[in-house]
Design a protein around this ligand. Structure first.
Ligand SMILES: Nc1ncnc2c1ncn2[C@@H]1O[C@H](COP(=O)(O)OP(=O)(O)OP(=O)(O)O)[C@@H](O)[C@H]1O
Length: 588
């Protein structure tokens, strides 16, 4: 009962992916089906009539059967034309449903909490998404294109069977349905678990595959191709063994279904011949009974296949809705306060504590308090793993911390994602480049229209213009995935060029110049300081290369999630402590 309810709920959700026009299309398809199902039944009736009333007539001429043959031809051609129209409607519905489903899934994934991506491998998510989308499309097609016609044709066949044949033969014919149904139900229930396992194993392999492709250079340098192939091969073997187990079971059930049909086939022929020999039915009725049986077993076989595929695609569709129903990240939840963005860019932090949701016992930021003036240039230093990047994640609302954090007097929790994007720009440790032109990479995230001149100006400020000019196509040069055809320093400078275009009120630099040579770093540093002076930009800069922080108004020294010291660059170097140790290279 619960199972049926779940399937109905699932089908309702799939139906929800269709637009109004497609729902009407569904009604049209049902009408077409009803017509088609009736037309399908004319052939056995016509053949029975032909045998009993035409062939028996004295002085039979071939001309007298021509109208019958023409009728059968018209009925069959008409039926095929109807099928083509139905197919086009169904394909249109399925492709539209897939488009809607894909868009919803992409939106859901891009708004999911970051912890979801730490718990699920990229390839795994991608593999599951693609397979489950296939499942949704197939489910739509099965329900629209296959399921209803088979049901309609089976019902029409049953009506004809009971109206045209003696009850005993009719009952014998339709008994093939419940027996076959029981076999299919057993097949579905025993195979569900293994289907879920197969899906998981395939997704895990997708995850491993993408992980390997991302590490291709390391794999080559470490010469670990054989090792990785072996690792992959054992996963593949487990998958193969599971698939074979599934196929063996499926073959067994197919055999049982075939046996069921074969037994009833023989029973129907035997019983009708017996009745004809006793004069209860005519010879033509034997033929009609035989054709009615095949008329029923055709769609019935289809129904068995459909029910099985329905079960398989239900597993995929459930997976799809799990992806679509991932709760939104906290930062997309509606904000409670006014939508006004403050004009001031001061940052106030009081009693801020933070742990990653996967590991709540490990405190990363510990009761942090801090005031940053508007337009202040603050450096952040500290040993690796002390929580510098985590603080930036909290500030950019990527992670949620307890305590108070306000920007321009307004709590961070009251900022929408869009407002924050207008306010804060970040150059992260590993810049995100899209596989598009240099021009589009520099414009990335900019909501206003940007001219090529502006992009060139920003690129000059980021000391990358000359490099771009040397690339084939210049600003039209196509960046490959993750910026694979650019150097680390070029990738960083493209990300830096973005901030000059965006001119943010708050700028966060997380190891933004770590891959740059000294000349480029100094040049960019000067441009950033110019921007700060002109626009009053508040800047937070994390750097391991301490000289990067030389011109900061203040440097905060972090250790184990707390600020242990703060001051100017020279002051901190002169004082014994973490900063001095880092300066001397004692501490990393
Ligand atoms: N998702 C996570 N779950 C649990 N702990 C995490 C997670 N991500 C990072 N950490 C831990 O949080 C701590 C702080 O990490 P963070 O990246 O903020 O350090 P950092 O000071 O920026 O280091 P680095 O200078 O090396 O970049 C580290 O010890 C790290 O192991």
């Amino acid at each position: 009962m619960q199972k049926n309810k779940n399937i109905l709920q699932l089908l309702r959700k799939v139906f929800g992916l269709l637009q109004k026009k497609q729902k009407w299309g569904f009604v049209l398809v049902l009408l077409i089906l009803a017509v088609s199902a009736v037309l399908n039944q004319f052939t056995p009736l016509a053949i029975g009539q032909l045998t009993d009333h035409i062939l028996d007539q004295p002085g039979f001429s071939f001309g007298s059967i021509l109208p019958f043959l023409l009728f059968i031809l018209v009925v069959n051609v008409g039926n095929q034309l109807i099928q083509i129209v139905r197919r086009l409607i169904v394909e249109d519905t399925a492709t539209r449903a897939e488009k809607t489903a894909r868009e919803k899934a992409v939106h859901s994934l891009l708004s999911a909490p970051l912890s979801y991506f730490r718990q699920n491998m990229t390839g795994n998510i991608h593999g599951r998404l693609n397979r489950s989308l296939d499942g949704i499309t197939k489910l739509v097609k099965l329900v629209f294109m296959d399921f209803a016609p088979s049901i309609a044709t089976s019902i029409a066949a049953i009506v004809v069977i009971f109206s045209q044949l003696p009850t005993i033969i009719a009952l014998l014919i339709v008994l093939v349905i419940p027996v076959g149904g029981l076999i299919v139900l057993r097949q579905i229930s025993t195979q569900k678990g293994i289907r879920v396992q197969l899906l998981q194993t395939k997704s895990n392999m997708d995850g491993t595959m993408v992980e390997l492709l991302n590490g291709i250079e390391t794999i080559r340098v470490y010469d670990s191709v054989d090792f990785e192939c072996q690792r992959f091969s054992s996963q593949s073997e487990r998958l193969r063994a599971r698939e074979m187990k599934h196929h063996r079971a499926m073959a067994l059930y197919d055999g049982l279904k075939f046996l069921n049909e074969a037994v009833f086939h023989v029973l129907v022929i035997g019983a009708s011949v017996l009745l004809a020999s006793q004069g209860v039915i005519s010879v033509g009725t034997i033929l009609t009974a035989y054709l009615c049986f095949t008329q029923l077993t055709g769609p019935l076989r289809e129904l068995h296949r459909i029910l099985d595929e329905l079960a398989e695609n239900t597993v995929l569709a459930n997976e799809y809705f799990r992806l679509v129903e991932i709760p939104q990240d906290f930062s997309y939840l509606p904000v409670s306060e006014s939508t006004q963005v403050p004009s001031c860019n001061a940052i106030e932090i009081q009693g801020l504590s933070f742990s990653y949701p996967e590991n709540p016992d490990r405190i990363i930021l510990n009761d942090l308090s801090l005031s940053i003036r508007p337009g202040e240039f603050v450096g952040i230093a500290g040993p690796s793993g002390c929580g510098k990047s985590s603080l930036i994640k909290v500030l950019t609302k990527l992670e949620q911390a307890s305590g108070s954090l306000t920007v321009g007097g307004k709590p961070l929790s009251d900022f929408t994602r869009s407002q924050l994007a207008d306010l804060i720009s970040i150059v992260p440790q590993s810049p995100f480049l899209i596989s598009d032109t240099i021009y589009h990479n520099i414009c990335y995230g900019c909501k206003r229209q940007v001219t090529l001149e502006e992009v060139i100006y920003a690129a000059r400020q980021a000391h990358i213009h000359e490099d771009i000019e040397k690339l084939p196509g210049g600003y039209s040069f196509k960046v490959s995935e993750a910026g694979g055809n650019l150097s680390g320093g070029q990738r960083q400078r493209i990300a830096i060029a973005r901030i000059f275009l965006q001119n943010p009120q708050i700028l966060i630099l997380d190891e933004a110049t770590s891959a740059l040579d000294n000349t480029s770093e100094k040049y960019i540093q000067a441009e950033i300081e110019k921007m700060q002076r002109q626009n009053g930009t508040t800047i937070l800069s994390i750097a391991h290369r301490l000289t990067t922080l030389q011109n900061c108004d203040r440097i905060l020294v972090f250790d184990q999630g707390q600020i242990v010291r703060q001051g100017k660059y020279q002051q901190l170097i002169d004082q014994p402590g973490i900063f001095q140790d880092m300066y001397k290279g004692i501490l990393k």
